[in-house]
Design a binder for this molecule. Structure first.
Ligand code: ITT
Length: 194
């Protein structure tokens, strides 16, 4: 086996790591992907970009290699004006999917999206790079599906309007998801450096 440089994905979320490693495995990249849970600091800020930059820098002193973090959020644009957005983690733990559905139960039309920001610290240049992805859709009227994680059982994308994200395989979700889009941008960037 080649002696490949290691690239760390700093996350405590095993579902995210599973999605990312599946996509990485399909690419011929000269990196060995590893997961590390360093419990980065999540500040409360107005945008995912700010959270991602802070999260990235909060673990810098603990690593001497290239690494990346990801910050994602679920935004119910109609009727919740983007809530939970940057509060997605807290709201998932407190209200959960049932809580979101009860907030929107009197509305027929909904609009929602997932956004992802990947922040990479690239050791050779000591620079930070951001890669973004977004997928648009709506909120399902019911909780459906048992794959994925988090808000997946209540999100239906415009691209696959017959299924929630929790009814898709990892491969299918990666193909259209916020994280898949951001990750393919990261992968293209790494390939150009190789
Ligand atoms: P990290 O350790 O990587 O920070 P996390 O679970 O805290 O993992 P985020 O802060 O990025 O992840 O995400 C905020 C919440 O948004 C998360 O707890 C999930 O409930 C939800 N979420 C993120 N990505 C999702 C996805 O692809 N599908 C469904 N829900 C998602």
């Amino acid at each position: 086996m080649k002696n490949q440089p290691k690239l760390y994905f700093i996350t405590g979320n095993r579902h995210k790591f599973a999605e990312v490693s599946e996509l990485f495995a399909q690419e011929d990249l000269n990196y060995e992907l590893r997961q590390k849970d360093l419990n980065p600091t999540e500040i409360q800020a107005d945008t995912l970009e700010e959270v991602a930059r802070f999260k990235l820098s909060s673990v810098k002193s603990k690593l001497d290699v290239s690494y990346f973090i990801e910050d994602a959020g679920f935004f119910v644009d109609i009727p919740l004006k983007g809530f939970p957005g940057v509060y997605s983690s807290y709201v998932f733990k407190t209200l959960g999917n049932e809580g979101i559905l009860s907030l929107i139960k009197n509305f027929d039309d909904t609009k929602a999206h997932f956004s992802s920001v990947i922040a990479l610290y690239y050791k050779p240049s000591e620079q930070i790079y951001l890669f973004k992805g977004r997928v648009d859709g709506k909120v399902s009227s019911k909780i459906k599906g048992n794959r994925g994680f988090g808000y997946d059982p209540i999100f239906i994308s415009d691209i696959q309007p017959d299924k929630t994200f929790a009814e898709l395989s990892k491969l299918e979700k990666n193909h259209i998801s916020h994280r898949g889009i951001a990750l393919r941008k990261l992968i293209e960037f790494l390939k150009k450096l190789n």
